[in-house]
Write a protein that binds this ligand. Structure first.
Ligand code: G3P
Length: 216
């Protein structure tokens, strides 16, 4: 399973990339606003750090505007994936960008039917928001399980990018379900490395070797 960082904060992206385990980055207008920087600027800088798909989201909502905006975003760097909301107006944009060889990520997916439609349109990635589904009392990972099953059934090449991940448990379940990618907030990404028995084990080995650990 590929791991993306769901962030527009360059320091976080650099630290995650330094592990050698970062496969891509997703951004959204909320994350860009949090970075306090200009959209195009941030996206271009992220693309210079991470050699993998970088999702940059359109801010318009009509078909014509999203198409123009998507083509502009794609020009920023060959690794840019155009992120589009799961609305009916975006579906022809997905198909036209795919025909032009531009990757797309259909975001704000909350149901199997939405995932099916985006896959039929030719989306490269679809992003089910598991955390937000859980927030409403639905089971986000069950929606992912159903999407994975439907895509397998019809042999869609569209990749399932699990988003709105809040905990390492979401990551574990995504991996068990065979999701293609999970995009993670920085803290969740770093939590994946930890286990209390690993920390205790390292401390004990160093202690037994007569070494005072500087940082474990
Ligand atoms: O990738 C989508 C993500 O940014 C949304 O996460 O936690 O705002 O639901 P959240």
């Amino acid at each position: 399973m590929k791991l993306f960082l769901d962030s527009a904060i360059l320091d976080e992206i650099k630290l995650a990339a330094a592990t050698g385990l970062l496969d891509g980055v997703t951004t959204n207008p909320t994350l860009i606003a949090k970075s306090g920087r200009k959209h195009e600027e941030v996206v271009a800088e992220i693309a210079a750090i991470v050699n993998g798909p970088i999702s940059a989201e359109v801010l318009s909502t009509t078909t014509a505007e999203m198409l123009t905006e998507g083509k502009q975003l794609a020009k920023l760097h060959p690794n840019i994936t155009v992120k589009l909301p799961m609305i009916v107006e975006a579906m022809p944009v997905v198909t036209q960008l795919a025909a032009a060889g531009i990757k797309t990520n259909v975001t704000l997916v909350f149901s199997v039917n939405q995932a099916l439609l985006a896959a039929k349109a030719g989306a490269t990635f679809i992003s089910p928001f598991v955390g937000r589904l859980d927030d409403t009392g639905e089971n986000g990972m069950q929606v992912v399980a159903d999407i994975v099953q439907v895509f397998k059934h019809y042999k869609f090449s569209t990749q399932v990018l699990v988003a709105s991940v809040r905990t390492p448990e979401h990551v574990r379940q995504a991996a068990l379900l065979g999701a293609d990618i999970a995009t993670l907030p920085y803290l969740v990404f770093m939590e994946l490395f930890n286990h209390p028995l690993t920390t205790a084990g390292v401390e004990k080995f160093l202690q037994d070797a007569g070494i005072t650990p500087t940082k474990v």
